[in-house]
Write a new protein. Structure first.
Length: 151
């Protein structure tokens, strides 16, 4: 099979935007993994502390550990969906090249995969936003807590 240089150049041109999206997703995954690490470190620190049962401090520690577990679950979900999004983007790029190399008609498949990638990315970012909100609401400055203001 002989391929026209224009065809290859066109595919490379089309693949540039998804590659930039992959770069953005990798940045988000970096932030998410750092947050997960910090949540785990905080949980370990709480586990190492000497806590006397049935005291107000023990109850506070238990509540914080519960919140950390929920936040870790959310971050894990965000990492999973962003990773799936990146995989779908990779499949889109491969399909773009296969379409030219093998002369397949893959436009519908490419559109569906790209939409699925963006959907997963949106879900991952919304999950991350929820975790950020939980983090802010659970933090306190001494006796002052960050709360939602009533309007």
């Amino acid at each position: 099979m002989i391929f026209a240089n224009e065809d290859i150049a066109k595919v490379i041109n089309l693949a540039v935007a998804p590659v930039f999206l992959l770069t953005g997703i990798s940045g988000a995954l970096n932030v998410l993994s750092i947050r997960l690490g910090r949540i785990i470190d905080r949980g370990r620190k709480l586990n190492e502390g000497k806590i006397v049962a049935d005291t107000p401090h023990a109850e506070e520690v238990d509540q914080e550990q519960s919140m950390l577990a929920i936040r870790a679950k959310l971050i894990h979900r965000a990492i999973m969906t962003c990773t799936v999004s990146a995989l779908f983007i990779c499949i889109v790029i491969i399909a773009l090249f296969l379409e030219v190399l093998l002369k397949f008609q893959l436009q519908l498949f490419i559109v569906i995969m790209f939409m699925a990638a963006l959907g997963c990315l949106c879900f991952g970012l919304l999950t991350f936003l929820r975790e950020i909100d939980m983090s802010a609401l659970s933090f306190h400055f001494g006796k002052y807590r960050v709360t939602r203001q009533k309007r």
